[in-house]
Design a protein around this ligand. Structure first.
Ligand code: C2O
Ligand code: CU
Ligand code: CU
Length: 474
């Protein structure tokens, strides 16, 4: 089984469960949803207020401003918000919708919004490569069309390590024509904050945070501690997960259950796969389904296990992220999980290679994060003709994992340490873990002109120099 071996190699640190049983039908005989469980969604995000009556246009005025938020039993925390909420308002759309966001910034420092994972015109991407930061009191109008189904997110791209940590982030769900049937579907924004006893956020200037990215002492799902989701036993549950933390990798396990991964960053997978663990680095998304199974009234904890991402970071105890509480309703039966989605067009595996070496080091006594021995903005721009394909050969020479992120384009993973990766179960990605001392070959088609960023999504690493630009010619 060449395919299975490749899959095992690509997720070497996971305990891999059996592959999907053959012949499970897509989308059929799902029966009626569990209304009891669906009526109240304690994980619900605040929806945006669409000001435009056109069903194919989403138009919203968004204000970035200071606010407060209460995390669990902690005293109120001063945070930065979009329209007063953390996470910011949830954009729920369908492929082909046009979105217009009129951002007003009332923050005390410049900001932008970047639309992580969305393919859009470069001028709308919210980076300083294409846009001057919006000053305090300033406005900017973002407008683009959603081309691809999937789960995406938005966040600032100025001092992002500070601004995202303070609460500026929100989710975007774009629905496509091939959505699988599910009894319950939830967007799950994973985050952490480091709260001090007085409720304020720690300033995190310690050496570990600089080296590894900020990690908090409090885990959050959609901005909540101890979030509990009611589920009905036997229900097909779909979770759309995104890791919005600065530095923490989530390594999720739901005891007694096996996840079926049906999608990655850029949409559904032609060949979903099963796994016991979801390792999600900052910026990545996982689209998973599971048949929730438990006795009426029982609770199953969603656990985050330690993960060694370098510099002896792996020895910590497991933490509870959230809980599933099984309702008293009679169990549902006969739910099946999808085992196939439409094929994805494969990009070239012979395109010109661009070597990128990620490393850490010291410059003038300061810890820096480098690409090809240079620090942003000193890293030479990569130039590509419009429509050109390139293989980014990303080598991690450092002692820790780096989640590599590309703006504006998806990439496909060709190889990991010389081992071919199956497109059918990797799909299109925009963020991927480059493990310490490993090399991945990623191929992209650069078919939108402009200046695009690529960087490590540990935001302290990006701000610390591990960031570059790709210039696609007009
Ligand atoms: Cu979510 Cu440049 O990143
Ligand atoms: Cu991005
Ligand atoms: Cu990094």
């Amino acid at each position: 089984m060449k395919y299975l071996r490749a899959l095992v190699a690509s997720f070497a640190s996971f305990a891999l469960a059996a592959l999907a049983p053959a012949g499970a039908a897509c989308n059929s005989d799902q029966g009626t949803a569990s209304d009891g469980a669906r009526a109240i969604d304690p994980w619900a995000l605040v929806p945006i207020r669409d000001e435009n009556p056109d069903p194919n246009v989403i138009e919203v005025t968004l204000e970035a401003r200071e606010g407060t938020k209460t995390y669990g039993t902690s005293p109120p925390t001063p945070v930065w918000t979009y329209d007063g909420s953390v996470p910011g308002p949830f954009i729920d759309a369908k492929v082909g919708d046009r979105v217009i966001i009129k951002l007003k910034s009332s923050l005390p420092e410049p900001t932008t919004i970047h639309w992580h994972g969305i393919r859009l015109p470069a001028g709308m991407d919210g980076t300083i490569a294409m846009q001057s930061p919006i000053p305090p009191g300033g406005t900017f109008r973002y407008e683009f069309v959603f081309k691809d189904a999937g789960l995406y997110w938005y966040h600032p791209h100025v001092r992002s390590d500070v601004q995202v940590q303070k609460g500026l982030y929100g989710a975007i769900r774009v629905r496509g024509p091939n959505e699988p049937a599910a009894d319950q579907e939830h967007v799950v924004m994973l985050d952490d904050v480091r709260l001090k006893p007085d409720g304020t956020l720690a300033e995190f200037l310690d050496d570990t945070s600089k080296m590894m990215g900020r990690e908090g002492n409090t885990l959050l799902v959609n901005g909540q501690t101890d979030a509990t989701l009611p589920v009905r036993s036997g229900a097909a549950l779909r979770l759309r997960l995104v890791n919005t933390a600065n530095g923490r990798f989530f390594n999720l396990r739901l005891p007694g259950h096996t996840w079926r991964v049906i999608g990655h960053d850029g949409g559904l997978l032609p060949k979903p796969y099963d796994t016991e663990r979801l390792l999600i680095s900052p910026g990545e998304r996982y689209d998973v389904m599971v048949i929730a199974t438990g006795a009426a009234g029982s609770v199953v904890d969603l656990m985050n296990d330690a993960y060694e991402r370098g510099h002896e970071s792996g020895g910590r105890p497991s933490m509870t992220v959230a809980h599933l509480r099984f309702s008293e309703e009679p169990a549902l039966s006969g739910r099946k999980l999808p085992d196939a989605f439409p094929a994805i067009e494969a990009l070239s595996d012979t395109a010109t290679r661009i070597p990128l070496v990620l490393d850490e080091g010291f410059r003038n006594g300061e810890l820096v994060f480098m690409i090809n021995d240079q620090v942003f903005p000193g890293i030479p721009h990569i130039r590509v003709e419009n429509g050109g394909q390139r293989i980014l050969e990303v080598k991690n020479a450092s002692e820790m994992d780096h989640p590599f992120h590309l703006h504006g384009f998806f990439f496909q993973v060709l190889e990991k340490n010389g081992v071919r990766q199956p497109l059918e179960s990797m799909g299109n990605k925009d963020t991927i873990i480059i493990p310490a001392k490993s090399t991945l070959k990623l191929v992209s088609r650069f078919d939108e002109p402009g200046h695009w960023m690529y960087h490590c999504h540990i935001l302290e690493h990006a701000e610390g120099g591990m960031m570059g630009e790709i210039h696609v010619e007009p």
